[in-house]
Design a protein around this ligand. Structure first.
Ligand code: SIN
Length: 291
């Protein structure tokens, strides 16, 4: 029986119903999910009972899982899945990556050469207050961009570098990032991508940007480039354009990082605990027919 689809926002996001990811998915079923992923950019499947291993198996359907650098937060024995949240080990040390401030719009692929990536969060614990994740569409953002802004970005390239983002986090939120050695910094090369792009599967135009990683846009100076990046994201996340996901235990939410931006909200959980299992896969878009 086909799954149910319930759109969540006019610009992006859909809930799929009637789907149990702890059971093997047929190719036809996965193809339905893939269709929803490309059409809506953000997919919510509630009421799941997903082991970390089953989450990895689902990630593999999209492409090649990436292993997060923060080894200390890996789910033991499952390095493809990292813990995100405010949980602690018995000795009081953090057992999960915590973004205390949130409000940081980004995609998870700007520091990579391969920019088609799916991020998947599975909710293990959620506080009663706070912990929402926010999403915005980069295709709708480009479509609705004022002509003056379109003219400033069309045909330009954006240079992203992870070191910029790491420096930003270290300054703002010590503990959420690690100081990088000169050797580590040298590993993060500049990534040059078209700022305005056509999505390889949907054929929709979009802009691709993560402000905290931006070094330069075209021939604009670094401060001008940062201002422009922030203007673009302010447009993408303007009132009415944001999908807010309120978590329930057992939710699996995954998104197309080329077609969307996301942000955690500040970690004010008022004594509550939050724990997500996060995975990421490089998506093999060449294997996916245009939709
Ligand atoms: C993320 O930015 O990948 C995590 C978002 C969240 O924890 O809500």
């Amino acid at each position: 029986m086909p799954f149910g689809l319930k759109p969540l926002h006019p610009d992006l996001g859909v809930e799929i119903t009637g789907c149990d990811l702890s059971q093997p998915l047929s190719d036809a079923e996965f193809n339905e999910i893939l269709g929803a992923y490309y059409r809506y950019a953000v997919v919510v499947i509630r009421g799941q009972n997903l082991s970390a291993e089953a989450q990895v198996a689902f990630l593999r359907r999209f492409g090649t899982p990436k292993i997060s650098q923060r080894k200390e937060f890996h789910v033991p024995g499952v390095p493809e899945i990292g813990r995100v949240g405010n949980t602690r080990h018995a000795d009081g040390t953090p057992s999960a990556f915590l973004d205390r401030f949130g409000n940081l719009w980004h995609n998870d692929t700007a520091s990579d050469e391969h920019i088609d990536g799916v991020t998947m969060l599975y909710c293990v614990k959620t506080p009663e207050v706070g912990g929402d994740t926010l999403f915005a569409s980069t295709t709708r953002a480009y479509e609705t961009l004022p002509d003056e802004l379109k003219a400033r970005i069309d045909g330009r390239q954006v240079v992203h570098n992870f070191n910029k983002h790491n420096d930003y986090l270290l300054a703002k939120n010590p503990g959420s990032a690690k100081p990088l050695s000169a050797e580590d910094r040298a590993k993060w090369s500049d990534r040059v991508h078209a700022l305005v792009q056509t999505h390889p599967v949907t054929g929709k135009r979009l802009f691709f940007i993560t402000p905290t990683l931006v070094k330069t846009i075209g021939d604009y100076s670094e401060p001008e480039s940062e201002r422009l990046a922030n203007e673009l994201v302010a447009h993408a996340t303007r009132p009415g354009a944001v999908l807010r996901h309120k978590w329930q235990v057992g939710d699996l939410v995954f998104w197309d990082n080329r077609a969307s931006l996301h942000s955690a909200s500040p970690a004010n959980y008022q004594g509550g605990e939050r724990l997500m299992h996060r995975g990421y896969s490089y998506v093999d878009v060449a294997a996916h027919a245009p939709r």
